[in-house]
Design a protein around this ligand. Structure first.
Ligand code: FAD
Length: 505
């Protein structure tokens, strides 16, 4: 029996497989395709995702393939600047630059290569899940393994099987078993909350044939109510345009040379760039109603869909699996099953905050064409993160929502926010010292002596960056979960003992 079966090996499934491989669990990964998807979809990732890649030991390889993101300019249809959202060009409090550009096939190749480090990870390409069911003790999956019908038992099944997820259908339809015949019955509206955005957009990915530095490094959001569009600089010679479509424009027409080159004409011509992909997407904002049924769960696009205006779809999915990996490890090492109750309760509101912000931004692109209009919109109330932080105030900011209720004391003021990651005196980042364990960073004299393998205590003695972190948090100690969210910040020794007692054992 496998410990975990992962269905789908896009960025969410591959990241989860790397986590579980590092923990040493027996993992089966099924991927319907014969190899990784060769063309880009996601082009932006943030510091939290780089930190996850650091946790799975792949940040150095990925760092070689990304570009630090300059930021985003909102312009009107004459390309006059409306709002300048420049992103910091220095490493932030979490140990990485806040925002990166990348070419998705590069990152997926590194994630897949990373999985080969672990003999306990059994990767099957051309393997399509066809049915799933479960008993009290295990889940049973049937799959087409390159033309042969096969079955496997696993203690947990995680559906990272994308927007048309069969695993989500199993969770939401509440049948004893679902099979591939059910795929035609998948109705996203029944299975997912509609968060209010649905538009067709054309995505053009091209490779420059000659240098065009004048295109610039900033993402350009053109606020033209008649034809909103986005330009994005990617690593190397890749460039991306995303173009809003009208209802009467057919897919064939907008993919034609006539449409593509007339849209691109003010910017580039066929002498400058070869267009490698012309894809029509319906951008949607949706959140699964249920994320778990017993020992079967979903993560990534299977659980949520967002318009790409914040560059967060993949990032949200990678946060899901970082949240899930240590909880699965906890159970597989003998901990209580009930820890899984916190998976969707923590993740769903967090994912929702990003999707609502992206939806808001998409609606803004459609409706604002003047600097005044955009400023007014950005100054008015916007979707709020759980912390009550308003996402913009006549300027754009990224959001940092709080996890929903789950593990830890919700009254602890910083519980559920991301923990900082300072550089240690020996040049290592804090997480590299702690590994996949819980971490307690404490003032030296109060550092608790703990005999638990899953908790790493780090004292601030001779560690000025850790002392500063504790000063900034106004804390005697901070307890960090394995996914690097704050479990508790404590100010005195008595609270430290009681907070340590709430770490799941
Ligand atoms: C135009 C565009 C721009 C985007 N830009 C960004 C961005 O800048 N930043 C960002 O973070 N995100 C972005 N996204 C979103 C991002 O691409 C997705 O959120 C991400 O790829 C989802 O990853 P996933 O692993 O959850 O699902 P997927 O990548 O969809 O992978 C699911 C996998 O499951 C497999 N599968 C499905 N069914 C089965 C089955 N029955 N058996 C076996 N395997 C199965 C599929 O073959 C697939 O490989 C963008 C998306 C689009 C379309």
């Amino acid at each position: 029996m496998y410990d975990v079966a992962i269905v789908g090996c896009g960025p969410s499934g591959a990241s989860l497989a790397n986590f579980l491989g590092l923990y040493g669990f027996r993992v089966l990964v099924l991927e319907r395709a014969a190899s990784a998807y060769p063309l880009p979809r996601a082009v932006h990732l943030d510091d939290e995702v780089m930190r996850v890649f650091q946790a799975i030991g792949l940040a150095d390889a990925i760092n070689d393939k990304v570009r630090i993101n300059a930021g985003m300019h909102f312009v009107d249809k004459e390309q006059n600047m409306l709002v300048d959202w420049s992103r910091p060009q220095s490493i932030g409090p979490y140990g990485w630059y806040p925002s990166y550009r990348f070419h998705q096939p590069d990152i997926e190749a590194i994630l897949h290569q990373g999985m080969t480090r672990f003999s306990s990870v059994d990767m099957r390409w051309c393997a399509t899940l066809t049915s799933v069911s479960q008993t009290e003790n295990h889940a049973l999956i049937t799959f087409d393994d390159d033309g042969t019908t096969a079955q496997a038992k696993a203690r947990f099944v995680i559906g990272c099987d994308g927007a048309r997820s069969l695993v989500r259908h199993y969770i939401c339809a509440s049948k004893d078993i679902v099979s591939s015949d059910d795929i035609t019955r998948i109705n996203r509206d029944d299975e997912m909350h509609d968060l209010g955005f649905e538009e067709r957009w054309l995505v053009l990915d091209g490779l420059l044939k000659r240098p065009r530095p004048d295109l610039g490094d900033f993402t350009i959001q053109t606020c033209d109510p008649d034809r909103p569009s986005t330009y994005a600089r990617q690593p190397g010679n890749w460039r991306r345009w995303e173009v809003s479509l009208k209802d009467d424009e057919t897919d064939d027409y907008v993919r034609s040379d006539e449409f593509v080159w007339s849209f691109l004409a003010p910017r580039v011509t066929a002498d400058d760039i070869s267009i490698e992909r012309r894809a029509v997407y319906t951008f949607q904002s949706k959140l699964a109603r249920y994320w778990r049924r017993g020992r079967v769960m979903i993560a990534g696009d299977a659980a949520h869909l967002t318009p790409p205006f914040m560059g967060q779809g993949m990032c949200i999915g990678i946060r899901d699996v970082a949240n899930l990996a240590w909880k699965l490890a906890h159970i597989l090492r003998g901990g209580a099953f009930s820890i899984l109750d916190s998976y969707d309760s923590e993740r769903a509101p967090h994912a929702r905050a990003y999707i609502e912000m992206a939806t808001y931004l998409g609606n803004l692109l459609n409706s604002c064409e003047t600097a005044d209009g955009l400023r007014t919109a950005l100054s008015s109330p916007q979707p709020q993160a759980d912390d009550g932080q308003v996402a913009g105030n006549a300027k754009m900011q990224s959001i940092a929502p709080r996890l929903g209720a789950g593990i830890g004391d919700a009254t602890n003021p910083l519980r559920g926010y991301r923990a900082p990651q300072p550089l240690m005196a020996d040049g290592r980042l804090l997480d590299d010292f702690i590994g996949l364990r819980w971490g307690i960073v404490s003032r030296d004299v109060h550092a608790p002596a703990l005999l638990r393998d899953d908790i790493c205590v780090v004292s601030d003695a001779h560690e000025p960056a850790l002392s500063k972190m504790l000063d900034d948090l106004g804390a005697l100690a901070v307890i960090m979960r394995p996914d690097r969210y704050i479990h508790a910040v404590v100010e005195d020794i008595k609270s430290l003992s009681s907070a340590v007692a709430t770490i799941p054992a």
